[in-house]
Ligand binder design. Structure first.
Ligand code: COI
Length: 356
């Protein structure tokens, strides 16, 4: 499909950031966005890149009432030679369509997903920050825009992509985060939408997140929704616990997100000489093993969070420091290797990098 590029008037161009160390996460957006529409009986039509601007939405439209919405997150990097690289965007395209299927939304053809992103990033390449730990975050999103109050799949959708130059996801920067294990609220149950990247999963996590924040924690670690016994994920990241050179993570059984970074860590592990076990682990075991020192490090993985060291875990009002509470050597190794591949400092044996 042809993508029309609409003019960007001078007065719509925003001031660019002057200090990359102050970027934070997702607060600033570039000058343009990509959008395509799906209409029943027509399919995908009118793909275009236009100036970034608010949408005018009918107050009755389905996304605003019944949350028929999905999204993705991926990043673009500007390499030292000036070239631009995306990291595993094909995996995001596949996961987007997996989410679309769960939420009864139309499939976005992979070439439209990739071409929309690539053309937009190319036009906005001046917005890609280059200092260590920064990147251009890409947020593909689909929303249901049919104005009707009956509960049903929409007959009209917007698929759009916005871009945001970002630094670290957590306010603490790259320092270890503190996580509270949530044992009252649940995020997902088998048969639910836990594996889909849909806004409702995040909206329903806010209450637990706020309560954790009040107690001084950065995020919550979810337990399984049936027994509240097995560890699942942290909402913005998948979790890994290291027992020396063996890392343990929750299995993909439909209730956690199939993270692109999680998948990359699992693949990189054997390359780096570590063993990965994807299996159910009880929170009681995790706490006992942190207490006894068997768990030597913990970290989370996610596109926004990259590899984030977890310095402390709190469960039922008992807070335990993990390892020495700082960034462990294995966590650092995964961070350095992954970001090294993404930024072109380490060669990409896996074919993960897609150059524009
Ligand atoms: C990402 O890591 O890209 C995500 O979508 C997580 C989001 C909650 C920031």
């Amino acid at each position: 499909m042809e993508i029309r590029v609409l003019p960007l008037p001078q007065e719509k161009m925003k001031a660019k950031f002057s200090d990359e160390s102050q970027l934070g996460f997702g607060k600033l957006f570039t000058d343009r966005m990509f959008i395509a529409e799906w209409k029943v009986g027509q399919g995908w039509v009118d793909a275009r890149i236009e100036p970034y601007a608010p949408f005018s939405l009918d107050p009755a439209c389905l996304v605003l009432h019944y949350a028929q919405e999905i999204f993705e997150g991926l990043k673009a990097y500007k390499w030292q030679d000036g070239s631009i690289a995306l990291f595993r965007p094909e995996m995001n395209a596949r996961r987007f369509n997996h989410s679309a299927d769960r939420m009864c939304m139309p499939e976005v053809p992979e070439d439209l997903f990739l071409k929309g992103i690539e053309e937009l990033v190319r036009l906005e390449s001046d917005w890609i920050p280059t200092s260590a730990g920064t990147s251009l975050y890409i947020r593909p999103t689909m929303i249901a825009v049919e104005p009707v109050l009956g509960v049903k799949p929409s007959d009209h959708y917007y698929f759009y992509v916005i871009l945001s130059p970002v630094g670290a996801y957590y306010a603490s920067g790259f320092n270890p985060v503190k996580i509270m294990v949530e044992d009252r609220y649940v995020r997902a149950v088998p048969g639910g939408t836990g594996e889909a990247k849909t806004g409702g999963n995040y909206a329903s996590s806010l209450k637990a997140g706020l309560e954790a924040k009040k107690k001084g924690f950065d995020q919550v670690l979810w337990l399984d929704g049936i027994e509240r016994r097995y560890i699942e994920e942290v909402g913005a990241m998948n979790m890994f616990f290291a027992y020396g050179n063996t890392i343990v993570t929750a299995p993909l059984e439909g209730t956690i997100l199939n993270g692109v970074t999680r998948n990359s860590v699992v693949t990189l592990a054997s390359e780096l000489g570590f063993k990965v076990e994807e299996r159910k682990v009880e929170i009681d075991t995790i706490m006992a093993d942190i207490g006894s020192g068997k768990i030597t490090e913990a970290f989370g993985s996610g596109t926004a969070a990259v590899i984030s060291s977890v310095g402390a875990l709190c469960y039922k009002d008992q807070t335990l420091s993990i390892g020495n509470g700082g960034v462990g050597t294995l966590t650092q190794k995964f961070y350095d290797t992954l970001t090294g591949i993404q930024t072109g400092h380490i060669s990409d044996k896996f074919g993960w990098v897609r150059k524009l």
